[in-house]
Design a binder for this molecule. Structure first.
Ligand SMILES: Nc1ncnc2c1ncn2[C@@H]1O[C@H](COP(=O)(O)OP(=O)(O)OP(=O)(O)O)[C@@H](O)[C@H]1O
Ligand SMILES: [Mg+2]
Length: 234
């Protein structure tokens, strides 16, 4: 599904964070959204998900207007969030997480528990472990599984590599690649250039609540001065 965002503004009370975001994520693609801490990346995907109320602008999914909808309506339209910090329940085991998410998804979409365990076999091996006993990488896999079980056609992933060792980040990259092959569209918020470069077709960079730069991943990789200027890294 194609997500199109235009002139989107939102914030918290009197503090406005999104200052008119224009961005589109084409069907079947992975868009890497980069930006320094605090520029508004999470606010953007929370606004898209209906968790923060937009004050202006438009969010359409295959042409259907989502701005101002509740998060459950947005989920039904085909979007799912893999939240920053994973938000795993420490006292529920893996099976309980998957059961809860399946029930919430109501059997929507193509993702069933057996299919998820094929994609993420480590979760099957750890099925009786509590959330709090899982490694960071396993928790991230579980957060992805939970989102898929709600039956989305597009995933909004908020810094999935955060705090993970490089080999685990590569595994997450492999999972995102497989999802893309299966037709899932992905908006990937990242600070880790390695993961974004591994899986993203295009890169957008957010600065102070707006999209300041957009190009193909190959062009972004080749343009070190721009990366340094917008992100403070090379
Ligand atoms: N619930 C909230 N209430 C008030 N202000 C908030 C809230 N959440 C975020 N903000 C503020 O909005 C701005 C953007 O925050 P946001 O979390 O969207 O940034 P981010 O780009 O995701 O940062 P990071 O890379 O650190 O996750 C920041 O100034 C932040 O302090
Ligand atoms: Mg964030």
């Amino acid at each position: 599904m194609t997500l199109q965002i235009s002139g989107l503004t939102s914030g918290y009370g009197r503090s406005s964070v999104l200052q008119g975001v224009d961005l589109d994520v084409p069907d079947g693609r992975v868009l890497g959204l980069l930006g320094r801490n605090g520029v508004g990346k999470t606010t953007l995907i929370h606004t898209v998900m209906g968790l923060v109320r937009p004050t202006g602008g438009s969010i359409t999914l295959d042409g259907e207007e989502l701005a101002g909808r509740r998060s459950d309506q947005v989920a039904r339209a085909g979007l799912a969030l893999v939240p920053q910090g994973r938000r795993i329940w420490p006292n529920l085991d893996v099976t309980e997480h998957l059961d809860l998410a399946s029930r919430r998804g109501g059997g929507a979409g193509i993702w069933t528990v057996p299919k998820i365990l094929e994609l993420l076999p480590r979760l099957g091996e750890r099925r009786n472990h509590l959330g709090g006993q899982l490694s960071g990488g396993e928790q991230q896999m579980l957060a992805i599984a939970r989102a898929l079980l709600t039956g989305p056609r597009m995933l909004l992933m908020d810094e999935p590599s955060d705090g993970l060792a490089p080999t685990i980040v590569d595994q997450i990259g492999g999972v995102i690649g497989t999802l893309k092959e299966q037709g899932v569209t992905v908006l990937l918020v990242e600070q880790d250039l390695h993961l974004a470069f591994l899986v993203a077709d295009k890169i957008a960079v957010m600065v102070k609540g707006q999209i300041a730069h957009r190009c193909s991943t190959a062009d972004f990789r080749a343009d070190e001065p721009t990366a340094r200027r917008l992100l403070g890294v090379a």
